[in-house]
Design a protein around this ligand. Structure first.
Ligand SMILES: [Zn+2]
Length: 390
């Protein structure tokens, strides 16, 4: 079938055909990932602007340089084609010869320049370097993370679709893949994103590389992060200081976090005394976005993108989201208290009126962030039970 995304058109296998269920034989095309690709294009445009501005500041005299971009698991080549359209010097790689052929055809179909390589991502990334590398695997990206850090000069873009291991729902798999203790909490999407970034930061540190997440989100069934890399040991040391642990009470939903590589879990919940406290980590506790960069990305979202409205809403939410390492679910709290759930905006206004910071979380639904703890949230914002009998 012919698919059109942004300003490019590609041939792709119809995902409704039974043979193309992700790990099947046919080249994989996931229309669900259009939002992911739209946002990638906006990020790439904003990143090129930022790099040009940086180069002008140091007055290198070389003028603007086209950044190179590797789509390391290209499949149909749609992501690579869109990066080429955004002005990048594109290489598309796939280990599957059929996919490499299709990617080549799709670049040609759009008259876009770009090299297509039939190669395993790890082999390629250990032998060549690119300014920007995009890892968009089916499942976990971790088997490719070390090579990706080695092969990336500046920006590493990573998708993970294995949300169950990431958020601790598949605990053993999460421990193996991400070398951490993930916990299945009521803030599971945030847990997944921070397990992913934490694991990538440790892999990068082994190569004296620091990661700075400049845009990250958890949407539907995947987590995605854009990591600005600094190849410097002292910077890597500093980045590792953002790692730490979250202690979480399964009964009252109280949570607290601590930085460092050694955990000091409370014996019992400091809030309700329950012994059912669990600790997750090490995970990334630092910022997951650079607000200035997110604003710049929002300026690069254009109406020719199929998902531009949702991407814009997502970026607005990311820009306004409080920088705390966990979020709460308003409905879960209200259920816990036996209180009726009111509108999230009302609930957040009550928190702000009581002097706390509060924002919706980009994860959507009834997720929010605040600097109040669970008791303070209840005191400030518990909706009254309607006793008028109506
Ligand atoms: Zn508790």
């Amino acid at each position: 079938m012919r698919v059109s995304e942004g300003d490019v058109e590609v041939e792709a296998p119809d995902p409704r055909d039974g043979s193309s269920e992700g790990a099947g034989d046919a080249v994989f095309f996931n229309p669900e990932m259009e939002l992911n690709r739209d946002l990638t294009v906006a990020v790439l445009r904003a990143y090129a602007e930022r790099t040009d501005a940086g180069a002008a500041n140091v007055d290198s005299g070389g003028g603007e340089r086209t950044l190179s971009y590797l789509d390391a698991m290209t499949a149909t080549g749609v992501r690579a084609a869109r990066a080429a359209e955004a002005g990048y010097d594109v290489t598309a790689a796939d280990v599957d010869p059929e996919a490499a052929d299709l990617a080549r055809e799709n670049l040609a179909l759009n008259d876009l320049p770009g090299e297509v390589v039939e190669s395993d991502a790890n082999v390629l990334l250990h032998s060549e370097r690119f300014d920007v590398v995009d890892l968009d695997p089916f499942g976990t990206p971790m088997p490719f993370a070390d090579a990706a850090v080695a092969g990336t000069r500046k920006l590493l873009c990573v998708t993970a679709t294995d949300t169950a291991p990431l958020c601790g729902a598949h605990f053993d798999s999460g421990v193996r893949k991400y070398d951490t203790v993930p916990r299945n909490t009521d803030f599971h999407r945030e847990m997944g994103l921070r397990v992913l970034i934490g694991a990538l930061s440790r892999v990068a540190a082994r190569r004296d590389v620091a990661v700075e997440p400049i845009c990250s989100h958890a949407t539907r069934h995947y987590a995605r992060t854009y990591l600005d890399l600094t190849h410097k040991a002292t910077a890597a040391d500093k980045a590792l200081q953002w790692l730490g642990f979250v202690h979480h009470c399964e009964d009252c939903l109280y949570r607290e976090h601590e930085f460092g590589r050694i955990a000091h879990p409370p014996e019992d919940c400091p809030n309700c005394g329950s012994a059912r406290c669990s600790t997750a980590g090490p995970i990334w506790l630092g910022p997951i976005v650079d607000n200035e960069f997110v604003d710049a990305v929002a300026d690069e979202v254009t109406p020719n993108m199929g998902e531009w409205k949702r991407v814009s809403r997502l970026l607005d939410a990311l820009g306004a989201e409080l920088d705390t390492p966990t979020h709460y679910d308003q409905h879960r709290l209200c259920k816990q208290w036996g209180a009726p759930a009111n509108k999230l905006e009302e609930f957040l206004d009550d928190l702000r009126d009581a002097g706390y910071e509060a924002s919706p979380a980009h994860y959507g639904g009834t997720c929010f962030k605040t600097d109040a703890d669970v008791t303070e949230i209840r005191e400030a914002a518990e909706p009254a039970v309607d006793t008028t009998g109506e």
